[in-house]
Design a protein around this ligand. Structure first.
Ligand SMILES: NC(=O)c1ccc[n+]([C@@H]2O[C@H](COP(=O)([O-])OP(=O)(O)OC[C@H]3O[C@@H](n4cnc5c(N)ncnc54)[C@H](O)[C@@H]3O)[C@@H](O)[C@H]2O)c1
Length: 264
């Protein structure tokens, strides 16, 4: 058995979607600090530029050199294929995919859901990760050491009552996508795991005025009134662990990271 050094991802390439803000940013910085080469994908070009500047000001040369920003909308199939190619070009392999990017609805139930909202949320939160997973697994199957995929779902992916209907359906779908992939390729050295965050302080949770009143009261129903929020670092640590060889026998797991709120 080897003792783990700090740079356990040195020489590995990692693709992270939604990398410019919130959890994606924390996940990106954590992988960079652990030696990875990161293809950081985000639709928000200025936020990605700002992250690049922040890294230059606060990090070592190696970290800056290993940061590969890529502007793209993950609801488009070709963006997902290009981001995986970029990782392979950088290090020769794609070792880790983190499906993180997602958008929330406004807690609408089915009667208040427009086709436009439904399609946008399903496209970004479910179709995009499927395109990414297919592109990554196709490469990982040809690699000697397979690879690891970590997908950010939500507690709304295991309970039907904590978000808009489109969001909940997309996140339930992600759980199915990840578990299916875990089982289908378990003899091929490819692991696929799911992180289900509860409430984490990010841009996504800082706009309560966007919530529909009907939906919000349902989201909060039965919850502890002293709502517990987590930090992006809590999610970044869970993702790093699941992606690493330390979790080599963990495949198809749903790791709930919510401080306990869903235990009611
Ligand atoms: N914040 C929470 O409490 C919470 C809870 C459970 C699950 N989640 C999930 O965690 C993930 C990250 O959420 P967050 O709170 O950090 O969100 P956030 O809004 O703070 O950041 C999301 C990032 O994804 C990017 N993005 C959005 N659409 C994109 C697209 N089409 N293509 C590429 N990039 C895109 C945004 O530009 C942004 O940088 C999401 O999948 C979200 O559903 C969040």
């Amino acid at each position: 058995m080897q003792y783990m050094g700090k740079l356990e991802f040195a020489g590995k390439s990692v693709v992270i979607t939604g990398a410019a803000a919130g959890m994606g940013k924390a996940i990106t910085v954590n992988f960079l600090k652990n030696g990875a080469t990161v293809v950081a994908v985000d639709v928000n070009e200025s936020a990605l530029d700002a992250l690049g500047r922040e890294l230059k000001e606060n990090s070592t040369e190696d970290i800056v050199k290993n940061f590969i920003p890529f502007v793209g909308d993950i609801s488009r199939q070709e963006v997902n294929e290009e981001m995986i190619e970029k990782a392979v070009r950088a290090t020769g392999e794609i070792n880790v995919l983190v499906n993180n990017a997602g958008v929330a609805g406004h807690s609408e139930p089915v009667t208040e859901t427009t086709n436009e909202d439904w399609n946008r949320i399903i496209d970004i939160n479910l179709n995009g990760p499927m395109y990414a997973m297919r592109a990554a697994v196709n490469k990982m199957l040809r690699q000697e050491n397979g690879g690891s995929i970590v997908t950010i779902a939500s507690v709304a992916g295991i309970k039907g009552c904590r978000s808009s209907v489109a969001y909940s359906v997309a996140k339930h779908g992600l759980v199915g996508l990840c578990e299916h992939t875990a089982y289908a390729y378990m003899h091929k050295g490819i692991r696929s795991n799911i992180v289900c965050p509860g409430a984490i302080r990010t841009g996504m949770t800082s706009k309560p005025e966007l919530e529909s009143e009907f939906g919000r009261s349902r989201i909060m129903s039965g919850m502890d009134p002293q709502f517990v929020f987590g930090d992006t670092a809590d999610i970044a640590e869970a993702v790093l662990y699941l992606a690493s060889d330390r979790a080599k026998f963990i495949n198809g797991a749903r790791l709930v990271v919510d401080g306990g709120i869903s235990c009611n």
